[in-house]
Ligand binder design. Structure first.
Ligand code: B12
Ligand code: SF4
Length: 491
C-alpha cells in the first residue's frame, strides 16, 4: 500500500516560539514501513495544503494517517477509496465525536500508540473495512475494539527521520534547527489539568541508555528537544544516558521539560547534563501561590519550586516557566503575576486554564463551559466563564504576555538575542529571528475576542460521566498497563 503519514498545520504559537519535529508521525511511518508499505511523510507545519493536495493527486496514496482529525472530508472527496485513519493524543480522547463530525470521511480512529496497531490496521484496511473495529484500540462508527496495546520496549522504536523533509524548519526558541527525541514515556503524577498521565494510564517506560545514545548519535541537528513529559524522574537513568553520550563524544545543545521537585532531587543528573550541553529547560510552575498549586494538584510546594529556580540559575541553565491564568483572575491577579515575572530573570509564559478532553478538569468543569467551540480550546482563549468581562480579561492577558515578551527584548536581552540571531542567520536559520517580530501580528485582544463570535464549526461534546457526577480519572485512561510490569518511579 502507498501510505501517507501527516501532521496537521501549526497553531497560533507555532508561528512564534517553536515548530517541532513530528515524532509521533515518524513512528507511525516507521511502523508502516516495517510492515512492507511504501511510505511518505508530509508535515503541514512545514508544507502547505496545496502541497498536500498535490501529493494526493500525483502520488494517489491508498491510505492517509493523520495525527488528528484534519482534511478528512477533502481527502475523501478527491480519493474516495483512500483509507483515512486518525490517531494521537487528542483523537484518542475524542474518538467517537470526531468520527461523527467527519460524517464517514474518517474510516477509523486508532487510540493509543501507533506502533502496535499500524501493521494489523493497514492489513485489515486492504480487506473488509466494516470489521476494523474488532482490532485493539480501533474505533469506527460501527463500534470499538478491545483496549489498545502498549509498546513493551521503547528500545525497538526508531522514528523514520529519513522520511521527513525540510528538516531545517524545526526549531524551539534559539535551538534552531532542532530535532526531537524521547528518553521515556508517561508521567507518574496526576495533575488535574493534564492528560499525559491519563493517556498512558499512569505508566512509565524508559529506553535503554545505549539505545538513546545511539539515536542521538544519528541525529544531524545541533539542537535537541527531549520531549519527555518530565525529564530525568529517575536520576540513575539520566546519569546512565549521560555517561553513554559522553563516551560517544556526542555534543549538542539540549532543551527539556521537568518539575521543580525532580530538578532538586536529582541535582547531580542535571549538573551532568549541563556539562553535556543542556542549555534550556521548561518548568511547569503553573502557579505562584499554594492555593493555585493545590487546585492543579501539582503535589509540589511553592518553596520547592522557587528553590528549583535558584538551582537552575546556579547551573547557568536558561529556564522558561509556565503559569496557568485562571479565568477567575481579576486585574489585581494579573498585576501580581506581571510584577513577579518582571522581578525574575526567567522567561515566563502565561496560558489559560483549559479543560481538555482527557483531563480530570474536563470531567469536573465541563458543566460550566462558556463555549464548546473546538477552535477556542488552545490555552490562548478562555472557554470557562471569566470573572472580568471577556474583553477586559483578554486585554489583561495580552498585556501580561506582551510585558513578558518585551522583557526579553530589553537592552541586555537584545544584545544576547542579537548575537544569537546573527549566528543563526549566518547558518541560514531564520526561524528564531522571524519569531522575534511576529508577536504583535499574531496576538491582539480584538483577534482573541472575535474568535468567540465566529460561527462554531465543531462543538465539543460533554463527557457523559460528568453529567451524572460519576466520572473517575480511570475512566479516562487510554492505555491500561499491567501494574505488575510497571517500574515504580521514584517519587
Ligand atoms: C511536541 C508537542 C506538541 C507539538 C506537536 C508538534 C509535533 N511536532 O509533534 C505542538 C507544540 C504543536 C503541540 C500542540 C499541542 N499540545 Co502537545 N505535546 C508535545 C509533546 C511535548 C511531545 C509530543 C511528542 O513528540 N511525543 C512523542 C511521540 C512519540 O508521541 P505522540 O506524538 O503522542 O505519538 C504517539 C501516539 O500519540 C500515536 N500517534 C500519534 N500520531 C498518530 C497518528 C495516527 C494515525 C496513529 C494511528 C497514531 C498516532 O502514536 C505515536 C507513537 O506512539 C507532548 C508530550 C509528550 N511527551 O508526548 C505534548 C502533549 C501531547 N501536548 C499536549 C497539549 C495539551 C497540546 C495542545 C492542546 C496545547 C495547546 N493548547 O495548544 C496542542 C494540541 C495539538 C493538537 N491538536 O493535538 C498534552 C496532551 C494533548 C492532548 N490531550 O491532546 C501533552 C501530553 C503535554 C502535556 N503534558 O500536557 N504539542
Ligand atoms: S503536568 Fe507534568 S507532572 Fe503533571 S501530570 Fe502532566 S506531565 Fe505529569
Amino acid at each position: 500500500m502507498k501510505v501517507l503519514c501527516c501532521h496537521p498545520s501549526g497553531l497560533l504559537y507555532t508561528k512564534i516560539f517553536l515548530r517541532l519535529e513530528p515524532l509521533g508521525v515518524e513512528l507511525l511511518a516507521a511502523a508502516a514501513r516495517a510492515a512492507g508499505h511504501d511510505v511518505r511523510i508530509l508535515d503541514l507545519q512545514a508544507f502547505t495544503h496545496r502541497d498536500y493536495f498535490r501529493v494526493l493527486s500525483e502520488w494517489k496514496p491508498d491510505a492517509v494517517g493523520f495525527g488528528v482529525n484534519y482534511l478528512a472530508k477533502e481527502t475523501k472527496q478527491k480519493l474516495p477509496s483512500c483509507f483515512f485513519f486518525v490517531g494521537g493524543h487528542s483523537a484518542s480522547f475524542t474518538a467517537q465525536e470526531i468520527l461523527e463530525h467527519a460524517a464517514g470521511a474518517i474510516d477509523c480512529v486508532a487510540k493509543g500508540e501507533a506502533e502496535e496497531i499500524t501493521a494489523p490496521l493497514l492489513l485489515a484496511a486492504a480487506g473488509d473495512r466494516k470489521r476494523l473495529h474488532i482490532l485493539p484500540g480501533v474505533v469506527t462508527l460501527e463500534g470499538e475494539g478491545p483496549p489498545p496495546r502498549m509498546v513493551e520496549s521503547l528500545d525497538n522504536l526508531r522514528p523514520a527521520r529519513d522520511l521527513l523533509r525540510k528538516r531545517r524548519k524545526y526549531f524551539i526558541g534559539v535551538l534552531d534547527p532542532a530535532a526531537s527525541i524521547e528518553f521515556t514515556r508517561g508521567c507518574p503524577w496526576d495533575c488535574v489539568f493534564c492528560s499525559a498521565w491519563t493517556f498512558y494510564g499512569r505508566s512509565y517506560r524508559k529506553a535503554s541508555p545505549e539505545k538513546v545514545a545511539e539515536e542521538l548519535q544519528s541525529i544531524q541537528e545541533p539542537g535537541v528537544f527531549i520531549v519527555d513529559d518530565v525529564a530525568f524522574i529517575q536520576a540513575e537513568h539520566g546519569l546512565a544516558i549521560a555517561r553513554e553520550v559522553e563516551k560517544r563524544k556526542i555534543r549538542k545543545q539540549y532543551y527539556l521539560e521537568t518539575r521543580g521537585d525532580v530538578l532538586l532531587r536529582n541535582k547531580e543528573t542535571f549538573e551532568y547534563w549541563k556539562r553535556l550541553g543542556l542549555e534550556y529547560m521548561f518548568i511547569g510552575l503553573e502557579a505562584i501561590d499554594e492555593e493555585g498549586l493545590n487546585l492543579h494538584r501539582k503535589r509540589v510546594k511553592l518553596s520547592t519550586n522557587f528553590e528549583a529556580l535558584e538551582f537552575a540559575r546556579s547551573l547557568g541553565i536558561r529556564v522558561a516557566i509556565n503559569i496557568i491564568a485562571d479565568p477567575d483572575w481579576d486585574e489585581q491577579h494579573f498585576a501580581v503575576i506581571r510584577e513577579w515575572a518582571l522581578s525574575i530573570p526567567e522567561i515566563v509564559n502565561v496560558s489559560v486554564n483549559t479543560p481538555y478532553p482527557g483531563t480530570e478538569t474536563f470531567l469536573s468543569e465541563s458543566g460550566r463551559l462558556a463555549t464548546r467551540d473546538y477552535h477556542l480550546f488552545d490555552i490562548q482563549h478562555a472557554v470557562l466563564p471569566t470573572r472580568l468581562p471577556l474583553d477586559r480579561f483578554y486585554q489583561e492577558l495580552l498585556k501580561t504576555q506582551q510585558v513578558l515578551n518585551t522583557k526579553h527584548l530589553g537592552l541586555t536581552a537584545l544584545k544576547n538575542t542579537a548575537l544569537i540571531a546573527a549566528r543563526l542567520l549566518l547558518r541560514g536559520q531564520t526561524n528564531f529571528v522571524r519569531m522575534l517580530w511576529k508577536f504583535n501580528s499574531v496576538y491582539h485582544p480584538e483577534l482573541q475576542l472575535s474568535a468567540h463570535h465566529q460561527p462554531v464549526r465543531y462543538e465539543m461534546r460533554l463527557p457523559t460521566a460528568s453529567q451524572d457526577g460519576q466520572g473517575k480519572p480511570r475512566d479516562l485512561f487510554i492505555l491500561k498497563p499491567d501494574p505488575e510490569k510497571q517500574p515504580t518511579p521514584a517519587h
